[in-house]
Design a binder for this molecule. Sequence first.
Ligand code: ADP
Ligand code: MG
Length: 214
Amino acid sequence: MTGIGIALSKGRILRETGPLLARVGLRPKEDPETSRKLIFATEHPGVRLIVLRAADTPTYVQYGAADLGIAGKDVLHEHGGAGLYQPLDLGIARCRMMVAVRKGFEYEGAVRRGARLRIATKYVRTTREHFAAKGVHVDLIHLYGSMELAPVLGLADAIVDLVASGRTLTANGLVSVEEIMPVSARLIVNQAALKTKRAQLQPLIDAFAEAALR
Ligand code: ADP
Ligand code: MG
């Protein structure tokens, strides 16, 4: 395909990207939130938007199936970042990656005693690295969603998940006990494309930088 493709993450990031795309001059011709299409023409004749599951966005950009992308730091950390430049923090979809437990679970005490913790998460790599760096032994359980259920049903002692307001945790009798990292959405660029298509990509990257500052 000719032209430039920008991979966008479905869900929270897509919802918060609308105003940014408008400022950059990349309004889609149809609303990606209501359409069943996955590829959208924009007001810019050479640029199309590709709407993906959040966790797949870095992979499409890594292999050059999309030239640019917008992905959360959570999925970028989990992906590892191979083949990607990450020139910009866009400051949208802000939240925090946290460890959370059932209210009343003595997390600090368990860590101090050197207990082996069962942790459920979709962020397996990030979680493994975090606890390895602390010297805490963990057994990881890989889930794909609704992590809050795991401690409630006794599947795990703790979860690692994204927290914004904390309302979902509270509603399920959980509390956050440790921050792993602050999370926001980043612009990502295929490293090879930045060399071969720089004349088209650099103005877009500059426009995103300008729009993100406002
Ligand atoms: P999915 O559940 O399919 O991963 P989400 O919309 O929940 O889709 O998450 C997509 C991305 O949005 C995440 O990778 C993260 O960067 C961001 N995100 C997720 N939850 C929140 C939140 N509560 N507040 C802000 N950003 C979030
Ligand atoms: Mg979610």
